[in-house]
Design a protein around this ligand. Structure first.
Ligand SMILES: Cc1cc2nc3c(=O)[nH]c(=O)nc-3n(C[C@H](O)[C@H](O)[C@H](O)COP(=O)(O)O)c2cc1C
Length: 544
């Protein structure tokens, strides 16, 4: 058993090379009040990576015109198994991809124009790429397809010789670390993993709107994902712009079939398959380099593991106050850039719905998640009706009260709060300044109705299997996506916060080692719109 590490102690020599490398990466990519993790000293705009990857030399498959609204309401997703399954067709596959990873709008300020997508991304850099592996000839010529969100089309990267049993649609996700590292340097790998969690949840929600489910094939080895998505074809990618495999999901349009996933059968489809295309260059040059990212990514490689599936019990939720069509709500999701620090308090019913939606439940996106919760929430409540401002904790079933009391500051009061979930007040008081300071001095953490830190059970997982480090960030990203959509459904807005002072957060909570670590922050409140920005239609550029 490896001794728990105090932030400043030297790593135990008995731990595996992988664990040591990952703990070292985590430690050195912490932001501190007096120094930020290593990143570029200035942003080299010449280097700015293209947020849209395209492969030249591939045939493209146009997807039907995006923008269709579905009848199902956001609240219907609370009992997604009651939603009538739409037939598997190209329009519905297109809608699935659009509502998960497609464009949601363009923003313009003077000569600058940038796209927003249904899935959020740290710095809007979008390191996540999405692929469809199709073995069903009634849908698409069997093969591997890369989704280009800008053009809303698929690029055929690979054509199978045979369709095998003719069953199986898979969605694969990968990350281009360089996209994120260009701006954020060494800490970027963390953000890529948050983004994967957001993207997975976005996919789960989008599938539910169609009455479909998404099964995360978490047993699969990264090496296999790389082979199936063509990511290991080194010569197809520009050096320093390669994609790292993250996860593979199986799509179930309608009821999930009983048959277990058969990796061998999927591999067989690739026998004699023909590959096409070369990834276009994303950056003219790569001035700053962050070799630790590749080094730790190698240590984080996931081997084949046994299949794990886990189902949370069903938990009824109160209806959201802005119960819009789910597809509309997904497309209107945005990050608030500023909050109204003088806004009225958030109604308690809205707060309770948002918080209850974070509890493991037999609904999307938890139906796509294979493990019990490992993340608790520390909430900085600023303005919520009927709740005294202060610091609160939501254990989410991830830790017992006894355990939490034993690891946190002895000064906390642990006052049970009357709510439809287990919830405690740790201390009362105005914590706006503290929340702002801890989140890299960002006013979005203090001007909102509440902000929060996500604490993950940490050392135990990284020591058991180093790659679980990624999974902890995925869970945080998945919870962040719930918060984004629930905020919209409450008529307010959210913003993910990747920039925070790690050990300062731990210090405030009284944590003295890395048994638990803060991995992500989030904030929700009444947004202040920037009237100087123009909003343009997501796919106006595709109109004939
Ligand atoms: C993992 C992650 C971390 C983020 N961190 C911050 C942050 O520290 N500060 C901030 O203002 N926005 C942050 N954001 C919000 C992004 O900047 C935003 O998602 C991106 O600009 C795209 O805009 P959209 O969410 O409106 O689509 C973060 C988003 C994600 C997903």
């Amino acid at each position: 058993m490896v001794k728990r590490m105090h932030p400043n102690t030297i790593l135990d020599t008995s731990m595996t090379e992988q664990t040591a490398a990952v703990l070292n990466y985590h430690q050195r990519t912490k932001h501190h009040l007096n120094v930020y993790a290593k990143g570029p000293e200035s942003l080299d705009w010449e280097d700015q990576p293209n947020p849209f990857r395209r492969f030249t030399g591939c045939e493209t498959v146009k997807l039907p015109q995006p923008g269709t609204e579905l009848a199902c309401l956001f609240g219907d997703l609370d009992q997604a198994d009651h939603i009538q399954a739409q037939p598997l067709s190209l329009p519905h596959l297109g809608l699935l991809l659009e509502l998960s990873f497609g464009l949601s709008a363009w923003k313009q300020f003077g000569p600058d124009r940038w796209a927003l997508r249904c899935n959020p991304s740290s710095g809007n850099l979008h390191p996540t790429e999405a692929y469809v592996v199709c073995a069903d000839p009634s849908l698409l010529m069997p093969g591997v397809y890369h989704y280009v969100s800008h053009d809303h089309h698929l690029e055929r990267r690979c054509q199978f010789k045979t369709a095998g049993s003719g069953e199986g649609i898979y969605i694969g996700l990968s990350s281009i670390h360089w996209r994120e590292a260009w701006k954020y340097g060494e800490r970027a790998l963390r953000y890529c993993q948050h983004d994967i969690g957001h993207a997975l949840a976005a996919l789960s929600y989008a599938a539910s709107c169609l009455g479909w489910t998404v099964e995360l094939l978490s047993e699969v080895a990264d090496q296999d994902i790389a082979a199936w998505l063509g990511l290991d074809r080194e010569s197809d990618f520009v050096t320093l712009e390669q994609e790292m495999p993250d996860l593979l999901c199986r799509l179930h349009p309608g009821n999930p079939p009983k048959a277990a996933f058969d990796a061998k059968a999927l591999s067989q489809l690739f026998a004699g398959a023909e590959w096409f295309g070369q990834a276009e260059r994303l950056s003219g040059r790569h001035f700053y380099r962050w070799p630790i990212i590749d080094a730790v990514a190698n240590q984080l490689e996931k081997p084949q593991t046994t299949a794990e599936r886990w189902q949370a019990p069903f938990l009824p939720l109160p209806t959201a106050s802005h119960n819009l069509p789910a597809s509309q709500l997904i497309r209107q999701r945005r990050s608030a850039q500023h909050f109204n620090g003088k806004a009225a308090s958030l109604p308690l019913v809205d707060f309770q719905r948002i918080i209850a939606a974070l509890l493991p439940n037999d609904k999307p996106p938890f139906t796509t998640w294979n493990w019990p919760s490992q993340v608790i929430m520390m909430l900085f409540v600023h303005r919520v009706d009927g709740l005294e401002p202060g610091l609160y904790v939501l254990p989410r079933g991830a830790a017992s009260l006894t355990e939490l009391k034993s690891i946190c500051s002895a000064d906390f009061e642990w006052l049970p709060v009357e709510a439809p979930f287990e919830f405690y007040r740790l201390t009362a008081g105005n914590l706006r300044q503290a929340a702002k300071t801890l989140s890299c001095h960002q006013p979005i953490a203090s001007d909102s109705a509440f902000s929060l830190g996500m604490l993950a059970r940490f050392a135990e997982h990284v020591e058991a299997e180093a790659w679980r480090y990624r999974r902890l960030f995925w869970e945080c990203g998945l919870l962040g996506q719930i918060l984004y959509l629930e905020a919209e459904a409450a008529g307010v807005r959210g913003t993910g916060i990747g920039c925070f002072f790690d050990d300062a957060v731990h210090g405030v909570l009284g944590l003295t080692d890395n048994t638990w670590q803060s991995l992500y922050h989030f904030t929700i409140g009444e947004p202040l719109e920037d009237g100087r920005l123009q909003t343009l239609a997501a796919y106006g550029h595709l109109q004939p």
